[in-house]
Design a protein around this ligand. Structure first.
Ligand code: ZN
Length: 75
């Protein structure tokens, strides 16, 4: 039998591990998107990204706009 303190510790450990895996998954996802953006590929729909000039300077936008509204600023 586990004591309540042991159970709580077990739960906390499990929880922390899940959270860490979650963060890593997000990070992996982000870097994959970044790679696609660097190659001028829209990570949302796979179309080419084009340079656009907006109010606040240049940014990369999806060539599929307005169907796809992906934009990348300062990437
Ligand atoms: Zn797109």
């Amino acid at each position: 039998m586990y004591s309540i303190a042991e159970l709580l510790r077990k739960e906390n450990t499990k929880d922390r591990r899940i959270r860490k895996e979650h963060v890593q998954a997000i990070k992996a996802d982000l870097s994959e998107k970044k790679q696609q953006i660097l190659q001028d590929i829209c990570p949302t729909c796979g179309s080419a990204l084009v340079n656009r000039k907006g109010k606040y300077g240049y940014f990369k936008g999806c060539s599929n706009y307005p169907k796809c509204r992906f934009v990348s600023r300062g990437a």
